[in-house]
Design a protein around this ligand. Sequence first.
Ligand SMILES: NC(=O)c1ccc[n+]([C@@H]2O[C@H](COP(=O)([O-])OP(=O)(O)OC[C@H]3O[C@@H](n4cnc5c(N)ncnc54)[C@H](O)[C@@H]3O)[C@@H](O)[C@H]2O)c1
Length: 255
Amino acid sequence: MQVKDRTFLITGAASGLGAATAERLAKAGARVVLCDLNEEVTTLAERLGECARACRVDITSAEQMQQAFDMAVALSEEQGLAGVVHCAGVVSVAKLVDREGNPADLEGYARTIHINLVGTFNVMRLAAAAMAKNTPADSGERGVIINTASIAAFDGQVGQCAYSASKAGVVGMSLPAARELSRHAIRVMAIAPGVFETPMMSEIPDEAAQALAAAVPFPKRLGRAEEFAQLAEQIIINPMLNGEVIRLDGGIRMQ
Ligand SMILES: NC(=O)c1ccc[n+]([C@@H]2O[C@H](COP(=O)([O-])OP(=O)(O)OC[C@H]3O[C@@H](n4cnc5c(N)ncnc54)[C@H](O)[C@@H]3O)[C@@H](O)[C@H]2O)c1
């Protein structure tokens, strides 16, 4: 799928991986609709200029996301929405049993699953419905959906039951969604980042961040948001990438 002059919807675009992806696609000549709960999304859209629109939405809301997709289709003029890079998500840490012997909070678990997994399904279903109406591009494609999983889907750590389950769900949806949407010529991919230097990760103490960086075989550092954006662009461009989850992690395997 061509990037230049096509329209992409990016979620989680106020910050971190989503913001870097929005900037990269805009620089490559795309029109971009930036979705996020956070008002910073408006500032970024203004900075990117005429090619960008901001949409302050909750990705778990059917109505709000439908409006965002309608905005993207309108921005695309005749061509229709070319792709979605879905980055919005939350991290959570909770042990099944805490130090005092209390069981984990059930609502906290459900919240993480709702935002990361149900939210991804919400974005994916609306994206597919919008893109299925497109006239195929020269490559024969109607669109591409890129979801964001995590290496925690495979190597979850202590306290990550909710987060790992939510991201494993994102991994699990990739192949059935790609198979189903193949008849519409829509591809579905997921990126499973390792540890990236973003506001989400700034919540962990410096010492822990250094230990994580040291655990990466090569390069011995945290990932940069631009490196995620670079892979997202490659996935958009390369039509053979479909139904797969790509680890982007410098070879780290979490313990
Ligand atoms: N940073 C990492 O190391 C890392 C590693 C693996 C996976 N991930 C995943 O990558 C994605 C992006 O993470 P990031 O590091 O850029 O985090 P981030 O916190 O910098 O950005 C996440 C954005 O999502 C938005 N968001 C959260 N819930 C939302 C909702 N319900 N509706 C709309 N927007 C919402 C936030 O406002 C925020 O701007 C997340 O799904 C995260 O789980 C990140």
